[in-house]
Design a protein around this ligand. Structure first.
Ligand SMILES: Nc1ncnc2c1ncn2[C@@H]1O[C@H](COP(=O)(O)OP(=O)(O)OP(=O)(O)O)[C@@H](O)[C@H]1O
Length: 952
């Protein structure tokens, strides 16, 4: 066999000839020098950044050493953890070289022939480091000097080892079975341009491939998606990509996904998140609620863990905390995320522990034991985690005396915007603790991955990202145009037209003046209709500007021509768009505007938010430096008494818009009059997510109709426990003060019951309901008893209408057919419902949670059901509405030897036993709201609840 043939055969086996291996070694030694140089530079940078970085905290306890994934020592020891591939630096650099040369690395074995001896190299399994921007920079440094070597590497010197690696790492993209496919997805390194996602065809990076049908320009750092999801994922938000799922995720994960059948393709945000997470890189992903963020990290993280597990099991087997620690905003989220992990890992014996606070004193030790027994994946809430690691004040009794975070290689902050809003200091404590525990652990050679998700870009999020940027270089993905605009500090300006009489025309004229003042900018103007587009065109023509115009009467090819003309230059262009054609323009992918002018403001928030997609090419590309931007959004208000859509208030607040004080701008009320008052508002004094919440957040006159008494003492009979601090009750007794004469209300239910049965016993009285609407009262027969009901919900089920009803005097909910409803006579319908809603005052669930835990609910249920027969529950009224009472305190009173003994108040028990905590502002906030309601003397005060039910 000739040398050439022999070499070819060796190449096929993945063996690199010795002369090329020599070249490689030259390259490596230069790279080593570069690393050393870089490391020194970095240390200098570090000192600077540590002292200068005051964005996130005032006293940064974190050091770059603790976090920096490019830390040289760690890179070396990463590789050292694989004993059979003990060429730390070279192995890593090989990967780096290959990364640069072919755009993809990870999980591969290589063979290099050196002096007739074949050496094997393998990509480090430890994620994040080798693919970091630092390594890429490093390689590009070298590339200039060693063009030849790298070029030759690029071609064929690095060949996949024939067998699948023992411990496939971060990316499954290169495993041999994928190579067989014609096309595969390749994720570039997280450099300053963000993650690149390209299509590779037959092993050659195909940069020119038009991949828009597969993934819509995923190489953008800020892909601004043009649809917004709310809870359920909109169909158009699913990325039609046949490769991401199969190529990025572990086969076991895919098989679980196949079994559940619901997730066949990635959502847009997942198309970014999956490849980044699976490679162990740090990421901050901000997307609309329900855009798929949670599955955006759970699926790839499990894939990654399964890939790495043989190694983790060998190197870091004794652990108490999780290898992955997931921090969620509340216990309900912990439960969901914990379930997802458990389901995905059910066949692998990895231990998932999902735990949270507010379970009560009794269960605390159980929970602690559970955590002590060790977890591979720990899912929990921030306050609970801080307590068990002893990082929060007064947590000594809950601290578990182990280094819970020392084996945590993957830390996830899910819904970080909410977590930061609740406790930004706590997040700092957690990161500090993580850094210090990891620094002191035996496993510092494993790299750290930080995954952050959020639904909104808040000030805290910005500070967090700025803080993390130099330390961990996270990829930042923002999938909502409006959140991207917030992150990019788009300036928001309100422009008011002074001339009220000729307002419409005047504002168009003002737009022209404004455009003249912003030369060299690409401006898009949104007007209402075709007529206004034409008017604007004329006005611009009069100042020698020829704008592009898009309106409903233009044919598609005309629109495309306008867009081509717009795209032909980088500066000074004006486009006037009618409201109805915005969607068409979005499809044409116009994305490089500098200024948006909203002469027309859409009624729907999502339509307004979409417009920020037109700025996306100019959005901020890195968060290292102070963000300043030339992007502006002008809103034209052409009436002194303008009423703008309700969402504009939130938009302007988020974009920190300063309003001209001389103008009277009003925001229309969110159309919620028909909705009941928000339960969160009633329970805690404020709603945690006003913007997303469908319920009403302002008290109104109808909340005061037939009102319950404002003050006094009531004795209640518990009908139903809705949660720890909210119950349905019937009032048995009322008195104004402790010493006043009691009013007996205990017979009302029986009397009403008899009246209704008597009335309905006469068939002539039973008139079928005709006009059934939500909120109306009817009579129905339930379990052989006639009862008063109110319609809560009307819906269709298998072609028949169904109604959900609330039993006004029994407190139950039932579903029935509308034909079962009968008209209520006036004498029955005028009586207010007997069942009253009661809230405890000034208490809320532990750990900033918005929901009481099941344990808290069960405790309260038991408290009421176990009460002695002669016991009664008495509460003092702090506030009331038509049908709601706030009691402070609510206490159980028992009679012992003829004397009344008051037990500890229910609120105080909830707090003492660790279910809840104080909420001092609760009633003040509600009273402030209550005082703003205009009192209507006719309907409101004159006929109080008591006036109907007081028995003489
Ligand atoms: N790729 C997908 N294909 C189909 N359905 C999906 C996909 N990804 C997520 N979903 C579904 O969409 C819903 C929302 O997903 P997920 O909880 O991951 O979103 P989220 O952005 O984390 O939501 P939130 O902001 O409320 O926490 C879930 O019901 C989930 O099962």
């Amino acid at each position: 066999m000739s040398d050439v043939e022999g070499e070819a055969e060796e190449r096929q086996l993945g063996i690199i000839p010795s002369h090329e291996a020599l070249q490689l070694d030259n390259v490596f030694s230069k790279i080593k020098k570069n690393i050393a140089r870089r490391s020194n530079d970095q240390n200098e940078d570090d000192n600077e950044s540590i002292t200068s970085n005051v964005g996130f905290t005032n006293d940064n306890l974190l050091s770059r050493e603790d976090f920096n994934p490019c830390n040289n020592d760690r890179v070396a020891s990463n590789v050292a953890t694989m004993p059979e591939y003990s060429e730390p630096v070279i192995g890593d650099l090989l990967v780096a070289l290959k990364n640069d040369a072919r755009g993809l690395v990870a999980g591969e074995q290589f063979r290099v022939k050196e002096n007739n001896c074949v050496k094997e190299y393998k990509e480090t399994f430890c994620l994040g480091k080798t693919n970091s921007s630092a390594t890429s920079d490093l390689v590009s440094d070298v590339r200039d000097e060693d063009k030849l070597s790298v070029t030759s590497l690029q071609n064929e010197n690095l060949v996949n080892a024939p067998s699948e690696p023992e411990c496939i790492a971060p990316s499954r993209l290169h495993s041999s079975h994928h190579v067989k496919q014609n096309k595969r997805l390749v994720v570039g390194s997280g450099n300053s341009n963000g993650s690149k996602l390209l299509i590779e065809t037959n092993g050659v990076l195909d940069k020119d491939t038009n991949i828009e049908t597969d993934v819509v320009r995923l190489h953008r750092l800020y892909r601004v998606f043009i649809t917004s999801g709310f809870f359920s994922l909109p169909e158009e938000d699913i990325v039609v990509n046949n490769y991401i799922r199969g190529n990025v995720l572990h086969k076991s994960v895919i098989s679980v996904m196949n079994q559940s059948g619901s997730i066949q393709q990635a959502s847009r945000i997942q198309a970014f998140m999956w490849p980044i997470v699976v490679r162990g890189q740090n990421i901050v992903a901000v997307g609309e609620r329900g855009s798929g963020k949670t599955l955006g990290y759970t699926l790839p993280l499990v894939s990654l863990l399964l890939d790495m597990w043989p190694c983790i099991a060998r190197e870091a087997s004794v652990r108490v905390g999780g290898v992955a620690v997931i921090v969620c905003k509340g216990w309900r989220a912990v439960q969901c995320v914990g379930d997802t992990f458990a389901q995905l890992l059910k066949d692998h014996g990895l231990r998932v522990v999902a735990t949270w606070g507010g379970l009560g004193e009794k269960h605390l030790s159980e929970v602690q034991k559970e955590v002590c027994r060790g977890a591979d994946i720990l899912v929990t809430t921030l306050p609970f985690l801080l307590r068990i690691v002893g990082a929060s004040e007064g947590s000594s009794n809950e601290k578990i005396h182990f280094d819970l975070l020392s084996h945590c290689f993957h830390l996830v902050l899910d819904d970080a915007d909410v977590i930061m809003d609740n406790d930004a200091h706590g997040v700092k404590l957690l990161l500090t603790e993580w850094a210090s525990q990891r620094a002191n652990s035996k496993n510092t050679h494993f790299s750290q991955q930080l995954i952050i998700t959020a639904s909104s870009w808040t000030k805290f999020m910005e500070r967090l990202v700025q803080f993390l940027e130099p330390l961990m270089e996270p990829s930042v993905i923002i999938s909502s145009p409006f959140e991207a605009a917030k992150a990019s500090h788009v300036k928001s300006v309100v422009h008011c037209t002074n001339n009220i009489l000729s307002s419409g025309r005047q504002s168009l004229g003002d737009v022209v003046d404004l455009v003249k003042e912003v030369p060299d900018k690409k401006v898009i103007i949104f007007v209402e209709n075709c007529r206004e587009v034409k008017q604007m065109r004329q006005l611009f023509a009069s100042v020698a500007i020829l704008p592009q115009t898009i309106h409903g009467r233009k044919l598609m090819w005309e629109v495309q021509e306008e867009v081509t003309s717009w795209n032909s230059t980088d500066k000074e262009k004006v486009m006037v768009v009618s409201a109805s054609t915005v969607a068409i323009l979005l499809e044409q992918d116009v994305r490089d505007a500098d200024v948006l002018v909203h002469v027309h403001i859409p009624k729907v928030k999502s339509e307004f938010n979409q417009r920020f997609s037109f700025l996306m090419d100019n959005y901020v590309k890195d968060f290292k430096s102070e963000i300043s931007n030339h992007l502006v959004s002008y809103v034209f208000v052409d009436n002194n008494d303008a009423v703008l859509p309700y969402y504009m208030e939130e938009v302007w607040m988020s974009l920190e818009t300063s309003m001209p004080s001389e103008f009277n701008i009003h925001f229309a009320e969110k159309l919620q009059e028909e909705m009941p008052l928000c339960h969160f508002l009633k329970a805690f004094g404020s709603c945690p997510s006003v913007n997303q919440c469908e319920w009403r957040h302002k008290m109104q006159q109808q909340d005061l109709w037939n009102k319950l008494p404002d003050y006094g003492i009531v004795t209640v009979e518990i009908v139903k426990v809705l949660n720890g601090s909210r119950y349905l009750v019937r009032l048995n007794e009322y008195r104004e003060t402790n010493t006043s004469h009691p009013i007996d209300l205990s017979q009302n239910h029986l009397t009403l019951f008899m009246d209704i049965q008597n009335y309905c016993s006469d068939p002539a009285n039973l008139l079928p309901a005709s006009d059934i609407k939500v909120g109306l009262m009817f009579l129905t027969l339930h379990e052989s008893v006639w009862t008063r009901v109110r319609v809560l919900h009307i819906y269709k089920k298998s072609n028949t209408m169904q109604v959900t009803l609330f039993l006004l005097d029994e407190g139950d909910e039932i579903t029935t057919n509308p034909s079962e409803l009968y008209q209520t006579p006036e004498k029955l319908s005028r009586l207010p419902q007997l069942v009253v809603e009661v809230y405890l005052c000034k208490v809320r669930p532990l750990d900033h949670d918005t929901e009481w835990t099941h344990h808290a609910n069960l405790y309260i249920e038991k408290l009421f059901s176990d009460a002695a027969e002669n016991a009664r529950f008495s509460g003092s009224i702090a506030l009331s509405l038509s049908n709601t009472l706030w009691l402070s305190p609510l206490v159980e009173i028992v009679k012992v030897e003829g004397r009344n003994i008051r037990k500890e108040s229910v609120r105080s028990q909830l707090i003492r036993l660790g279910y809840g905590c104080e909420n001092q502002q609760h009633i003040e906030l509600l009273k402030a709201q209550y005082n703003t309601v205009e009192k209507d003397s006719d309907a409101g005060q004159s006929s109080s609840w008591l006036s109907f039910w007081k028995q003489d």
